[in-house]
Design a binder for this molecule. Structure first.
Ligand code: PHE
Length: 461
């Protein structure tokens, strides 16, 4: 039998509460906030999107964040081990979450690498007059997938670098690697990002952009897709139901306040997200202003195109654009890094516990496998399509399924809801009432199941 049942004598630990909060915010604040949220909000009702978003945060985001914390902290293991300690067969759920994380890491790394390349390209505005044809265009070619030399130099090389840094951080361990990386990265990110947003909102046309983002389209509220998008955004953005927060909370000391840090993390993350929306759309308003068109006339307001085609156009138009570009892509890189480290720590920690490997052994194994897949995939022209597909399945369907299974299993099948709530309350200052059991046991699963069915039907028809 593997060593998985016997916890190592010394579990790795954060140096303290601040370390944990920093790392948890670092995990939450990522590409999802800067690169995903603004476009998703714009596409799903603009200002009206904030309503499903807020409801998703309060009815599922924070409650499931607490659930992740309670499982990891009480059962002191990465997701597979912690669930296994609850019930041997629940281990499978843990591995399902690890699988989702792994799949996401493959494309997440690629986006970091793109951003890294664009950081460098910003200095010389190297995309010239044609941001579309410059780079992402390689992925937009139709026909048989081929390896492209542009992609090898602009993506594969930075990907190697990305993975090397991830590997080093993981190999240094939780306190000296992961926590340190966040300790350096997070303050840097906040400062750079604030500078970016201030610059963006003072550009001519910024208010048009904000109007476009925040003008509510109330009709969107009756569209189930909009609600799914809100829940998916919250799950992705808070890094919940991926087993990652289970892992992170398993590295806290036994007597550790869990709930109040959770609230800090959740609100910090959403604030950053809204701030990113303001920054990104102010900049888009500026672009529309320069081109003398309306925001809606600009193509590419969502997804990868927004950051890597539309944004370069903004940067080219702007006085001092190089600096702005470097700040923007630099923020993407740093925000992405502190998140992908958490994803990989979840995977690597699980492999470590399951197979009794050392920290370095499992860090090398896991990063190497993930690196090879992402480098191979994103050096070919099919990378972007793969990203879209994975984003649909892993983020919208996979993680919602994971959350449903988690809540049903813990609350109804294994009946651990009260035990977990007592555990959180015993260690924390902010006390959770029975409303929590109701949210994770009834409201959450019902909402999520309904949305999941809608989504699957719409993807299949
Ligand atoms: N929360 C991160 C973001 O917003 C991404 C992430 C997803 C991190 C899943 C960990 C797990 O970009």
């Amino acid at each position: 039998r593997s060593a998985a049942n016997t916890a190592p004598a010394e579990r790795e630990q954060w140096t303290g509460q601040t370390g944990f909060i920093l790392a948890a915010i670092g995990s939450a604040v990522g590409l999802g906030n800067i690169w995903r949220f603004p476009g998703v909000a714009y596409e799903n009702g603009g200002g009206a999107f904030l309503i499903p978003y807020l409801i998703a945060l309060l009815t599922a985001g924070i409650p499931i964040l607490f659930l992740d914390y309670s499982v990891g902290h009480r059962f002191r293991g990465t997701a597979p081990l912690a669930y296994r300690r609850i019930h041997p067969r629940a281990e499978l759920l843990g591995w399902f979450q690890i699988l989702l994380s792994f799949v996401i890491a493959v494309y997440y790394a690629a986006v970091i690498a793109w951003a890294g390349s664009y950081f460098v390209f910003s200095f010389g505005l190297q995309w010239g007059d044609d941001p579309q044809g410059f780079f992402l265009g390689e992925y937009l070619q139709v026909g048989e997938p081929t390896i492209s030399t542009t992609l090898v130099s602009a993506v594969a090389l930075p990907l190697v670098l990305t993975w090397a840094v991830i590997l080093i951080v993981l190999a240094l361990g939780v306190a000296k690697g992961v926590e340190k990386a966040n300790f350096i990265g997070l303050p840097l990110l906040v400062l750079a990002f604030l500078a970016l947003v201030v610059r963006a909102i003072t550009l001519p046309g910024a208010t048009d952009g904000l109007d476009a983002l925040f003008t509510p389209n109330w009709g969107a509220l009756t569209d189930p897709e909009v609600w799914i998008a809100a829940y998916a955004q919250i799950f992705f953005s808070l890094s919940i139901a991926f087993g990652i927060m289970v892992t992170y909370s398993s590295y806290r000391k036994r007597k550790s306040n869990m709930t109040s840090p959770g609230l800090v993390v959740a609100f910090a993350n959403s604030s950053f997200e809204v701030l990113a929306g303001i920054g990104v759309f102010s900049a888009l308003g500026f672009l529309a202003h320069q081109q003398g068109v309306g925001i809606a006339d600009i193509e590419g307001l969502t997804g990868p195109i927004l950051s890597f085609v539309t944004f370069p156009a903004v940067i080219s138009q702007m006085p001092g654009g190089s600096l702005f570009g470097a700040l923007f892509f630099g923020c993407l890189v740093v925000a992405g890094f502190t998140s992908i480290i958490s994803i990989l720590q979840g995977v690597s920690g699980s492999v470590q516990e399951k197979f009794g490997l050392g920290i370095r052994q499992s860090a090398v194994t896991v990063s190497a496998i993930c690196a090879v897949i992402s480098i191979a995939l994103f050096s070919t022209t099919s990378g972007l399509l793969a990203l879209d597909t994975v984003d649909q399945w892993a983020n919208n369907i996979g993680v919602v399924t994971s959350a449903i299974l988690m809540t049903l299993l813990l609350v109804w099948v294994l009946r651990r809801g009260e035990e977990l709530r007592f555990h959180l309350n015993a260690v924390s200052t902010f006390q959770i009432g029975r409303w929590w059991n109701f949210l994770i046991g009834v409201v959450g699963p019902v909402f999520l199941a309904y949305m999941l069915i809608q989504k699957v039907v719409s993807l299949l028809t």
